[in-house]
Design a protein around this ligand. Structure first.
Ligand code: F6P
Length: 255
């Protein structure tokens, strides 16, 4: 029975790798919509992959959310001699403090015995403050590290769930719904074709910066997130996916 399960998982990983055109896929057993520990297993798989890929003195940009918080929870010290540097990919994006990139970043660095830098910016930002803030020398320096990070690790969410969780304004909510957004990552909202229909204005990593990274790792699972994951991967912005069986089965079925 166990061997059969392992085989099934391997098949799912290969199918997803082909379907989404990725370099690496990890599928952990179970469905994180139903069982909380499945999220921790994705976290563990992410830490393991990160350790294989990270080199001394590299920078890792991370986003927020409960899945990324699970990655931080499972983090253990790196063996590499040099210190790696953790930075938040973008601003807080309206998340609760414990799920904000800054908080998760500090926890990951502590557990990996690395360093971290924070990004102190309010968000969303007005057009006017945006231009002033990105010219601040201290912010500029951190932004430079973020935009050149060798490794990026991020969550993916369902568009409406995320818009509600962020207490999005009624006007923006209307744009998100009218344009039928289904997925969200990095503060960008995508429709089923993978087109960007809305973007939260804040400083930090922009989608086009992902090209420079060696690895862009999406960590997202749960059957309910399958459509969101599919929409995000339409343009193929990340090369690695760490997910669970629930999302993987649903992804293989359709979209
Ligand atoms: O808000 C940060 C973020 O990474 C989003 O980009 C993403 O949609 C969400 O968190 C995922 O959150 P969770 O892991 O809690 O579903």
């Amino acid at each position: 029975e166990f061997i059969k399960d392992v085989k099934g998982i391997k098949v799912l990983e290969q199918q997803l790798k082909d379907k989404l055109n990725l370099d690496h896929v990890v599928v952990v057993p179970g469905d994180s919509d139903e069982l909380e520990w499945v999220k921790q297993d994705m976290g563990k798989a992410c830490v393991q992959y990160l350790k294989e890929r990270i080199l001394p003195d590299q920078a890792i940009a991370i986003t927020g959310g409960t899945t990324m918080a699970a990655v931080a929870e499972m983090m253990t010290p790196f063996n590499s001699a040099g210190k790696c540097l953790f930075v938040p990919a973008r601003g807080g994006l309206g998340e609760r403090v414990e799920n904000q990139a800054n908080t998760i970043c500090a926890e990951m660095a502590k557990k990996a015995r690395g360093d971290y830098r924070m990004l102190y910016v309010p968000d969303p930002l007005s057009e006017e403050s945006y231009h002033t803030i990105i010219e601040e020398p201290s912010i500029k320096e951190v932004l430079n590290i973020i935009r050149n990070a060798e490794i990026v690790i991020h969550g993916v969410g369902d568009a409406i769930t995320m818009a509600e969780r962020r207490k999005t304004s009624p006007e923006q909510m209307e744009v998100i719904k009218r344009n039928e957004a289904v997925g969200e990552a990095f503060g960008y909202y995508f429709n089923t074709k993978g087109e960007i229909v809305h973007k939260v204005r804040t400083v930090g990593l922009q989608l086009e910066d992902l090209k420079h990274a060696k690895d862009v790792i999406a960590v997202a699972g749960g059957r309910s997130k399958a459509q969101a994951i599919a929409s995000y991967f339409q343009p193929g912005q990340s090369n690695v996916l760490i997910t669970d069986e629930g999302a993987a089965e649903e992804l293989i079925k359709g979209f």
